[in-house]
Design a protein. Structure first.
Length: 276
């Protein structure tokens, strides 16, 4: 009887120890519990950020090969939430013409003097999906590109301020050695410029025809250029919402950007606050 009682006691102790070990495996310091905690955290995150309204015409679930892509980023759509994921809306540069006047050159539009004769004050000027406005003036004003060499001008004189934000300016002259003109065809045409970029030589506006919704990687890196390539700054995702207010001219709702895509997610976002 004593032996049987001892055996029973040992069995009870063993069962207790096994129960304790099982509790320890599923406890808060174990790997299994950590996985549960991450899942719960993810659930809370998706509830913290309800789905944002996203236009129906945005291209969702687009398959984008790995690489770097120039595009347009939008002030109020740098981070969009949907189904517990974070996205960025990017304007897709293309060679689509939105009007029956003007000629596409790569991804931007050039206008001839004959094209301008088709325009009238009060008409809507349509450039691409995002840029369209009422024409307030078609007068050619006296203007000289500030970086012109008097003897070998890069850009011919003259400018047309279509409204307070956009203007038409001549294209550039292509020079070779000894200031020999290689081509002046672009300088005979007009190109659309933002008021802040008129004194820049290469701030051409590429045409955007659609907007893609691209998912962010959890480890995405963010940077922006303030003054050419001499001033590149890194910033955090939490600072995205203030980028336009701090670095981009008031009134601009979008800017040029470059995204680096890996496995169909944005792993790098580079903003050029001086480009469109």
């Amino acid at each position: 009887m004593i032996i049987k009682k001892s055996v029973n006691v040992l069995l009870v102790v063993c069962l207790f120890l096994l129960s304790s070990c099982s509790t320890a495996v599923d406890g808060p310091d174990s790997g299994t519990s950590s996985d549960v905690s991450v899942t719960a955290s993810s659930s809370v995150t998706s509830m913290t950020y309800p789905d944002d309204p996203i236009p129906d015409d945005y291209i969702r679930d687009a398959v984008i090969p790995d690489g770097e892509y120039p595009c347009r980023a939008y002030k109020d759509q740098l981070i969009l939430h949907s189904d517990g994921k974070e996205y960025i809306a990017v304007g897709n540069y293309s060679a689509k013409k939105f009007t029956d006047y003007g000629e596409l050159n790569d991804c931007f539009v050039q206008y001839s003097d004959e094209d301008l004769e088709k325009l009238k004050v009060g008409d809507e000027f349509v450039y691409d999906r995002d840029i369209r406005f009422k024409i307030e003036s078609l007068e050619i004003e006296d203007w000289t590109y500030k970086n012109n060499d008097p003897d070998y001008p890069l850009i011919p004189n003259g400018i047309i301020h279509l409204n307070d934000e956009y203007a038409l300016r001549h294209g550039t002259i292509d020079y070779g050695k000894n200031h020999t003109i290689i081509s002046d065809e672009d300088s005979k045409k007009w190109v659309l410029m933002h008021k802040d970029d008129i004194d820049g030589s290469d701030c051409l506006i590429c045409v955007v025809d659609s907007v893609k919704l691209v998912e962010y990687s959890n480890n995405c890196k963010f940077s922006l250029r303030i003054d050419g390539e001499r001033d590149v700054r890194n910033f955090t995702k939490e600072q995205l919402s203030s980028v336009f207010d701090e670095y981009i001219t008031s009134g601009r709702s979008f800017c040029w950007c470059e995204i680096t895509v890996r496995n169909n997610k944005v792993v790098k976002l580079f903003l050029d606050v001086n480009g469109l």
